[in-house]
Design a protein around this ligand. Structure first.
Ligand code: SF4
Length: 402
């Protein structure tokens, strides 16, 4: 296959577009790409003839293109993708499991990652170097990953290392971060974690050092620290926009965990009030939320856990049970559809999908598939060798811990 070179693009901070897809009805049915673009979003430009294609034609052409490519490629679909995209996924999963599927399948020419940029980077790191990883819309970033820019993190790392001197600081990054951040962790005796293994990874880190720098999600970091009994006043938040992250020397010297000031724009929409409202309307409801939610929401919920744990818990629950879920709406709607014997609803009454996951409109999937059939690889995500090598070290440490 021929590879088309693209200029590197900056994946922008995306929260400004968040409201473009927050709707008060429960319908998230895809429209033509041209109609969705009318919301004023800045998505990747693709050939004009694709923009006005109606859904039925898109679906038929995706099916045809996919069949022609057979087992030369694999289509991966993150749980937060729209139904119109997920129906074409060979595997569904969270970011880490999807990358693992891709890495374990040999003989592929390309992996089409229907997810966001950092996920495609991770897949590129974990797959053999001759596999092209494709992100259908290059503007599908992640607002949380965007909040930890490598230059800011390097500055923070240098300052903290100088303050802590001989006491070892272990960097941990959540999977939802750029390859550059994973690489910094790999290079500095650090590690990657997911929302499923964050507790084990924290324990691993504290066996090797006295303190942890946790990137980029302050909520997952705080929730994990609290679970391990670390008091709130021994966890500080580091803001990249303030001198010393907004902390005094005394606060930093007392801190066991330094939390990067990042968050998920989807999971921070959930509130204690929503939990109370769900309980008022459904007295026997079970409230389950993702650990990217703020700490007070976790405290008000009955349980919390990763996307995979939420899916498993609801799938295995008894018929007739009621579930209020604090995670991304496309997944919650799908769970409700797949389990009609249970009541499953989103804690947030406003229908608001992850605006960056939503950028993988089915028409983009069609475009990259048809290009592959024409012998052209578009939107390839390539991590440079040095970054790849160090990021892989951090990912492999996590695998060993798990
Ligand atoms: S749900 Fe949150 S963390 Fe996940 S891709 Fe969207 S913004 Fe990023």
């Amino acid at each position: 296959m021929t590879s088309i070179k693209h200029k590197p693009r900056t994946i922008p901070i995306t929260e400004i577009e968040q409201s473009a897809f927050c709707r008060s009805t429960s319908s998230l049915k895809s429209k033509t790409l041209a109609e969705e673009l009318k919301a004023g979003v800045r998505w990747q430009t693709i050939p004009a003839e694709y923009r006005t294609l109606e859904s039925e034609e898109v679906v038929d052409r995706i099916r045809e293109s996919r069949e022609k490519l057979a087992d030369r490629i694999m289509v991966l679909g993150h749980h937060y993708q729209r139904d119109e995209v997920i129906q074409f996924a060979d595997f569904r999963g969270d970011s880490y499991n999807l990358s693992k599927y891709a890495a374990e399948t040999k003989g592929l020419e390309a992996v089409i990652f229907c997810g966001v940029h950092f996920m495609a980077e991770t897949a590129d790191i974990l797959t053999d170097s001759d596999v092209s990883v494709i992100l259908p819309n290059l503007m599908a970033g992640c607002s949380m990953a965007d909040m930890a820019k490598i230059d800011d993190v390097e500055e923070c790392w240098d300052e903290l290392s100088a303050i802590y001197g001989s006491e070892k600081l272990i960097p941990i990054t959540y999977m939802n971060s750029t390859a550059a951040i994973k690489s910094l962790c790999g290079e500095n005796e650090g590690i990657v974690c997911t929302s499923s293994n964050a507790t084990k990874v924290f324990e691993w880190a504290f066996q090797r050092g006295q303190r942890v720098l946790f990137l980029p999600d302050q909520h997952l970091g705080r929730n994990t620290g609290l679970r391990l009994g670390i008091p709130s006043d021994e966890m500080v938040v580091w803001s990249p926009f303030k001198a010393s992250g907004g902390n005094s020397l005394e606060q930093l010297e007392k801190a066991k965990v330094v939390l990067w000031e990042g968050h998920c724009s989807v999971h921070t929409r959930f509130t204690v009030e929503q939990v109370q409202n769900a309980r008022a309307k459904h007295p026997s409801v079970n409230v389950i939320v993702h650990p990217e939610c703020p700490q007070d929401v976790l405290a008000a919920a009955d349980m919390n856990g990763s996307t995979e744990l939420i899916i498993k818990t609801i799938s295995e629950a008894k018929p007739g049970t009621e579930w209020a879920v604090g995670t991304e709406i496309s997944l919650v709607n799908r769970l409700a559809k797949e389990h009609p014997d249970k009541t499953v609803f989103c804690l947030d009454p406003v229908v608001c999908p992850c605006s960056t996951m939503y950028r993988i409109h089915p028409t983009y999937l069609l475009w990259v598939l048809e290009a592959l059939n024409d012998g052209v690889t578009v939107n390839q995500i390539s991590v440079d060798q040095k970054t790849r090598k160090n990021a892989l070290v951090a990912l492999e440490r996590m695998l060993n811990v798990s």
